[in-house]
Design a binder for this molecule. Structure first.
Ligand SMILES: *[C@@H]1O[C@H](CO)[C@@H](O)[C@H](O)[C@H]1NC(C)=O
Length: 484
């Protein structure tokens, strides 16, 4: 009875909402425009330039000359506390952190002693706190992604069990890290005494937001979005399920009737997902702040939301006045290529940049072989960020590197295509420099990101678990030889 009532309500809701949207889109006022227009280089450049609003432009970050007016145009020098999240989320926070430091603000970054990617940044003071685990634990967690890839071929039940186990270990790792900072009274007290003006953080892990509330200072959040929509709830930002596709659905803004029903159902489950994701942090908030609040209330304090996307990636949707779109902010952090690399990539046929992100350094052997075989059959050179074992020979046109200057390579005129896992940083680097993409989404927001950009004609999506030499060659041919 209850279920029927809910489904009935959903149906009613989608039809009415759907109709109102149909009316709006009918006028063409909120259409995103044709795929060719959005995919063209000029358009992409224009969009990214637009979003770097004056306060957060980080162009010419690399030439640390004397051209900086200390404190920026207003001359105000502030104290900023940065509580970053580990992993690829560090990229964007680091870009802003270093630029703030370069402009003469006093920036303090607080990081765990052991981490995947965190480390000292220039122009800032870094404070590290002890954690009860070692580098082996971190390395082991990073290797889990490979297990996940392999698990894709396992039977459903085993796959689910393995996924759940992985999620479990990652979330208790995150919680332990947060506790090590929040309950280090010496450190928290010293932070309290330093008179910070604001906290910059990624609220997907809400440690920084909790500290901001404790210190009684405004928080600035940089994020792609919280999968259960908690960020939007906290910001009181409307997100109508009739035309705002939910995370994990891979839908676009023009949904069929059944997709809209699905989208509404997902939006109804979101509060439950939030609870699942954040109940332990809710308890932590309670203990740390000594007041009866959960993560949702704490995030509601957020002064400014810096969103790591814009309408290149997103579909039309409401925003609040304190939301600033900064997609592509990392594109401007650029350096010339090292001479040796410059020489290697030069050549008539250009080159392909291949990276599955900072979290995936190696692949199962059979998948690696598919890539290597396909690469022997193309004229372009391939720069592959890969540090795992290589079965057999590496073809002459392929260079494996532990780390690649991804943005600098994509900015190079020889870049013909970008093989990417579709994290937002990489996607924007591709879009900024107008390099067409073959997207191989792995987890999290990546499948949605890939689908969104593909729907705008920026690239094609492949399933890495079922990749073959033919499908890969076809996809590369499509993006390299069919310029859009
Ligand atoms: C708290 O962090 C500081 C470093 O910032 C460290 O010296 C100290 O040992 C930590 N205290 C505890 C109890 O872990």
């Amino acid at each position: 009875m209850g279920v029927t009532a809910v489904v009935g309500m959903c149906l009613l809701l989608t039809t009415t909402l759907g109709q109102s949207v149909a009316r709006k889109t009918g006028g063409g006022s909120i259409e995103t425009g044709g795929s060719t227009e959005n995919g063209s280089p000029g358009r992409a450049d224009h969009l990214t330039d637009d979003t770097s609003s004056p306060e957060i432009v980080i162009g010419q970050t690399v030439d640390t000359g004397n051209d900086v007016t200390i404190g920026g145009p207003t001359g105000y020098v502030g104290r900023l506390l940065v509580v970053p999240m580990d992993g690829s989320h560090w990229v964007g926070v680091k870009a802003i952190t270093e630029e703030m430091g370069r402009r003469g603000h006093q920036v303090t970054v607080v990081i765990p002693e052991v981490s995947m990617r965190l480390g000292p940044s220039s122009n800032c003071r870094t404070v590290s706190y002890p954690v009860p685990y070692g580098q082996e634990t971190v390395d082991m967690l990073m290797d889990k992604h490979k297990d996940n890839l392999r698990a894709a071929t396992l039977p459903l039940v085993e796959r689910m069990t393995q996924r759940m186990a992985n999620i479990q270990s990652v979330s208790s790792f995150i919680l332990t890290t947060a506790e090590s900072l929040l309950f280090n009274t010496t450190l928290i007290t010293s932070l309290e005494q330093q008179g910070f003006d604001a906290v910059l953080t990624d609220p997907l892990v809400p440690t920084g937001s909790l500290i901001a509330r404790r210190l009684g200072v405004p928080s600035v959040c940089l994020l792609r979005g919280i999968p259960c929509g908690l960020d939007l709830t906290s910001a009181a930002c409307p997100s109508p399920p009739s035309y705002v596709p939910r995370f994990f659905t891979k839908y676009t803004h023009s949904m069929s009737f059944s997709q809209r029903v699905g989208n509404v159902l997902v939006s109804l489950v979101e509060p439950l997902l939030c609870r699942l994701l954040y109940w332990r942090f809710d308890q932590l908030a309670n203990r740390f702040l000594g007041e009866d609040v959960g993560v949702a209330e704490v995030l509601a304090d957020t002064a400014i939301w810096l969103l790591r996307y814009d309408f290149t990636l997103e579909f039309p949707r409401p925003l609040m006045p304190n939301m600033v779109l900064v997609g592509g902010i990392n594109c401007h952090v650029r350096n010339p290529l090292p001479r040796e690399l410059e020489q290697w990539v030069s050549g008539e046929d250009g080159f392909i940049v291949f990276s599955l992100g900072s979290m995936v350094a190696s692949l199962p052997e059979d998948i690696t072989l598919v890539f290597l075989q396909a690469f022997t059959l193309i004229p372009q050179k391939v720069l592959w960020r890969y540090s795992g074992p290589v079965p057999g020979n590496v073809p002459d046109n392929v260079k494996l590197m532990k780390w690649i200057p991804q943005n600098d390579l994509l900015a190079h005129h020889g870049a013909r295509a970008f093989l990417t896992h579709s994290g937002t940083h990489g996607l924007y680097e591709g879009v900024c420099h107008a390099v067409p993409m073959v997207m191989l989404p792995l987890f999290g927001d990546q499948p949605d990101n890939a689908q969104r950009l593909a729907s705008k004609g920026v690239g094609v999506v492949l399933d890495i678990n079922h990749i073959t030499v033919e499908t890969l060659l076809q996809a590369l041919d499509e993006v390299v030889n069919n310029p859009r």
